[in-house]
Design a protein around this ligand. Structure first.
Ligand code: SAH
Ligand code: SF4
Length: 487
């Protein structure tokens, strides 16, 4: 059993001191008004890290801006899961550096999963001299110290700070956070991953699994509920392994029950579940918790046993279907979603068709679908991959067509029902399924159902940040439209 490494309280106190020192140095550099632009790419874990960075920046006297042109500090929190996310980052970093010509004193930094990889850190160091600092995922809690190091450059001499070498993951409690305003909050319960799926870079850049103490999680959940959040998502790469590295603490089903027993009217979600650890005990726990949404995101990746084995997923198609069937019995209204990879090295068309048949069998309401992307350091990147990209694109489109069918059927079944919806903000209606125009004093809202389906509906200009009832009148294959019902 591994030992969870919590950053000592004295070290966190030292970082708080650096926040104060940065504040003084930044006053001297920019005057008292300064803005920071923080952009997080990728998954919810990165979004959550971005909220901590925003919290530390606020302590240093920055306001946050969503316009990089108005920023005195630009920070990109990067994602390494697929190549296209990486390419995007190199593009925006180049643009950020060019802004230095017009914006005196502008600071540019990089953090997140890409920066934890040695080849990326080297490329940034050598080919992007305008980047002032780079910190790997394990250095996040040392951001104030790192920024202070940069600010120590004097007499026209710049100082660049690179902190990506630390190899072990830690847990840092007691840092400030600025969460996105709204009704939904992310609550990390663990970090890292022990699974080493052969295509995946996450264990290489996020380190081994480590769980937060349940007392810290529950205290944070209570603060969030008191602050008015109505939906809490428990985050981890494989939440079902929560607590395995802790002695005398809860496991994931117990943690779910503990959060469920907190007072208040709120929803609980969790992501992501690994099918190999999604046990009947977990399903039973969900069934016994009325606040846990009946939505299970259970990434299957492939419907072929040979490919699943090559991916090192540790379950078979049959075992996966067994757990889905158990869940359908225990949670008759449960909704399933999944992640799929198309074109894993060596996958044949016949094997791909097994994935399509599995999608039809499970009848997912929606899917996140990806074409395999080779990642530096992952086993799959070294496997022979003879299928050409155009062929993989054709398979990908076939997959989307199958998904549209099952998704549409799922969404259409909601028409005529009245569903509980948590309004989040402005509706977009790009799907064009709501053919009514808001009247005076009204606007189009967007919210989500317990099953994580997007609903657009017309309502008054302002709504209290609370659940509403919406009668569903129309469906597309990824969104619903409806009419607000009187409370
Ligand atoms: N820990 C989560 C999510 C990991 S990343 C889990 O295990 O499900 C999110 C998704 O990105 C994965 O589920 C997978 O479908 C996809 N993904 C990861 N690495 C990939 C790669 N190299 N190429 C294509 N898709 C990938
Ligand atoms: Fe990556 Fe697999 Fe870990 Fe998910 S479980 S983060 S896909 S290695």
């Amino acid at each position: 059993m591994g030992k969870t490494v919590t950053v000592p309280a004295e070290e966190i106190a030292r970082q708080w001191e650096f926040m104060g020192r940065c504040r003084e140095a930044l006053d001297a550099r920019f005057g008292e008004r300064r803005a920071a632009f923080v952009k997080s790419f990728g998954c919810q874990q990165n979004v959550s890290d971005g909220e901590k960075l925003a919290g530390m920046l606020a302590e240093m006297g920055f306001t946050l801006t969503d316009d990089p042109d108005k920023a005195d500090l630009i920070l990109y929190n990067t994602c390494a899961v697929r190549e296209n996310a990486e390419q995007k980052v190199f593009g925006v970093v180049g643009a950020a550096i060019r802004r230095k010509a017009e914006r005196k004193g502008l600071l540019v930094g990089l953090c997140g999963c890409m920066t934890q990889q040695a080849h990326v850190a080297t490329k940034i160091r050598e080919s992007y001299p305008g980047v002032d600092f780079l910190m790997g995922t394990h250095a996040l809690h040392r951001f104030p110290e790192i920024l202070y190091g940069v600010l120590q450059g004097s007499g026209g001499k710049r100082r660049r700070v690179f902190a990506a070498e630390e190899s072990d993951g830690v847990i840092a409690e007691g840092l400030p956070a600025v969460r996105e305003a709204g009704v939904r909050a992310n609550l990390p319960i663990m970090y890292g991953c022990n699974n080493f799926c052969t295509y995946c870079v996450v264990p290489l850049v996020r380190g081994r699994e480590r769980s937060r103490r349940s007392a810290d999680i529950l205290a944070e959940a209570k603060t969030l509920i008191a602050a008015g959040y109505k939906e809490i998502t428990l985050l981890g790469q494989n939440v079902n392994s929560y607590g395995k590295d802790l002695e005398d603490d809860l496991d994931f089903p117990e943690l779910l029950k503990a959060v469920n027993s907190l007072e208040g009217d709120f929803w609980i979600r969790f992501m992501t579940s690994h099918p190999k650890d999604c046990t009947p005990a977990l399903i039973d726990a969900i069934a016994s918790c009325e606040k846990v949404c009946r939505h299970i995101h259970l990434p299957v990746q492939s419907g072929s046993n040979r490919v699943l084995q090559a991916m090192n997923r540790h379950y078979t198609r049959e075992q996966y279907l067994e757990i889905i069937s158990y869940a359908r019995q225990a949670l008759p209204d449960a909704n399933f979603t999944s992640d799929i990879i198309v074109g894993f090295p060596g996958e044949t068309y016949e094997e791909f068709l097994e994935t399509v048949s599995l999608i039809r069998e499970v009848r997912y309401s929606s899917l996140f679908t990806f074409i395999f992307s080779p990642r530096v350091g992952s086993k799959a990147a070294a496997m022979p991959d003879p299928v050409p990209a155009e062929e993989k694109s054709r398979w990908f489109n076939e997959l989307l067509a199958a998904q549209r069918e099952t998704g549409m059927a799922y969404y259409e079944r909601c028409v005529g029902k009245t569903l509980r919806v948590l309004p989040e903000g402005e509706g977009r209606l790009k799907h064009g399924i709501l053919d009514v125009t808001p009247g005076p004093g009204e606007r189009i809202w967007m919210g989500r159902t317990e099953h994580n389906m997007v609903v657009d509906f017309i309502g008054p200009e302002s709504l209290p940040g609370d659940f509403v009832q919406v009668k569903i009148t129309a469906a597309a294959n990824w969104a619903l439209a409806g009419v607000l019902q009187a409370p």
